[in-house]
Design a protein around this ligand. Structure first.
Ligand code: TXA
Ligand code: MG
Length: 319
């Protein structure tokens, strides 16, 4: 049997299959099988009340999972699916509580990576898939990252090469009257706004559904990470080296200093490229086992919103 039918058969048998999406690798299970979905939580070490995104083969599957679907959802699906957008909609009563975190909503998306679409079409239904990392850690953007993180906990890893986008999908909540971005992604508020007719607000309100990515310390590498504004960057680096720390420094320019305890990484000035490289870079920096990762904070503007969000969370752990 070739790989895709074998992976679909594994899903049908209640096994876990990791697969590439355009954003990050997902850890998939049949979204209608409670025992299989429970294995996702065990493999990730993820708290049971954190809801999962259901990945669909196409927009035609929407009504099986969501109820009272607003017209805006269809317009967004037509514009951006398959693609890096997750819609939060009112759930169908049949959706299992493990998927929704026992909330009244469900997160849905149609990914665009060819292997993901082939798998979903062959399987013919919804696949629950969080990022294929241990809970709270950096999301995987290659098949090797998945194997490093989850090892034997996953039955099968489909290898689709490095992920294009590199950070997780934009999560847009359409379950109440005001559209809200619960997690920024590379598909930004301005582009969503063009289709919605209003620019969605950023951030959850008090009554909004839970998003595990909204925990401050999410997406963290193991090495302490500090984000430093550009004007203070060189001084912060000098200070750290003077204290005897071994440092990985990343800024969008050539190294200002050369020092035996310094590894310098020049970052991209383009947010799309930066996002593409970010998690792989953080993993590489972690593997160097330095005392500190020092990163120059990117510009504060809309195009850098999702990257800044992930960097801020990665740094939160170290404060
Ligand atoms: O790009 C992505 O979205 C990747 C790929 C694999 O598709 N998936 C991903 O899944 O990032 P995960 O589980 O790591 O993050 C999904 C986020 C979580 O923070 C979860 O809380 C939120 O989506 N979520 C899922 N269903 C939800 C719901 N009904 N209401 C609010 N948030 C929800
Ligand atoms: Mg995740």
């Amino acid at each position: 049997m070739s790989e895709i039918p074998r992976a679909a058969a594994a899903l049908r048998a209640g096994e876990l299959v990791a697969f590439p999406t355009e954003t990050v690798y997902g850890l998939g299970a049949d979204a209608t099988n409670p025992a299989a979905v429970a294995m996702i939580f065990a493999a990730k070490g993820r708290p049971a009340d954190h809801p999962l995104i259901v990945h669909l083969p196409g927009t035609s599957h929407l009504e099986r999972w969501a109820a009272e679907i607003p017209d805006s959802a269809y317009r967004l699906a037509a514009a951006f699916w398959p693609g890096p957008l997750t819609l939060i909609l009112k759930r169908q009563p049949t959706v299992i509580d493990l998927i929704t975190g026992a909330q009244a909503t469900v997160g849905l998306r149609v990914p665009t990576h060819p292997l993901a679409l082939q798998l979903l079409n062959e399987f013919g239904g919804g696949v629950a898939a969080p990022s294929a990392n241990r809970f709270g850690h950096v999301s995987p953007t290659t098949a090797d990252h998945v194997r490093d993180e989850l090892g034997s906990a996953v039955n099968m890893v489909l290898d689709g090469g490095p992920c294009d986008v590199g950070i997780e999908s934009t999560i847009l909540d359409l379950s109440s009257t005001t559209p809200r971005i619960l997690r920024p992604g590379m598909l930004d508020a301005a582009r969503l706004g063009e289709v919605l007719g209003e620019v969605p607000l950023l951030g959850a309100n008090a009554g909004a559904p839970r998003v595990s990515g909204s925990l401050e310390s999410h997406y963290a590498p193991t090495t302490p990470l500090r984000l430093v504004a550009e004007p203070e960057f060189d001084a912060a680096l000098r200070d750290a080296l003077r204290q005897g720390l071994s440092v990985v420094a990343m800024a969008p320019r050539a190294s200002a200093a050369s020092h035996p305890k310094l590894f310098w990484q020049t970052s991209s000035t383009d947010p799309t490229r930066y996002a593409h490289d970010l998690y792989a870079s953080l993993r590489r920096f972690d593997s160097m086992q330095r005392d500190l990762i020092l990163i120059a904070a990117p510009p504060v503007d809309e195009t850098w919103c999702a990257v800044n969000d992930r960097l801020r969370r990665a740094a939160a752990e170290a404060k």
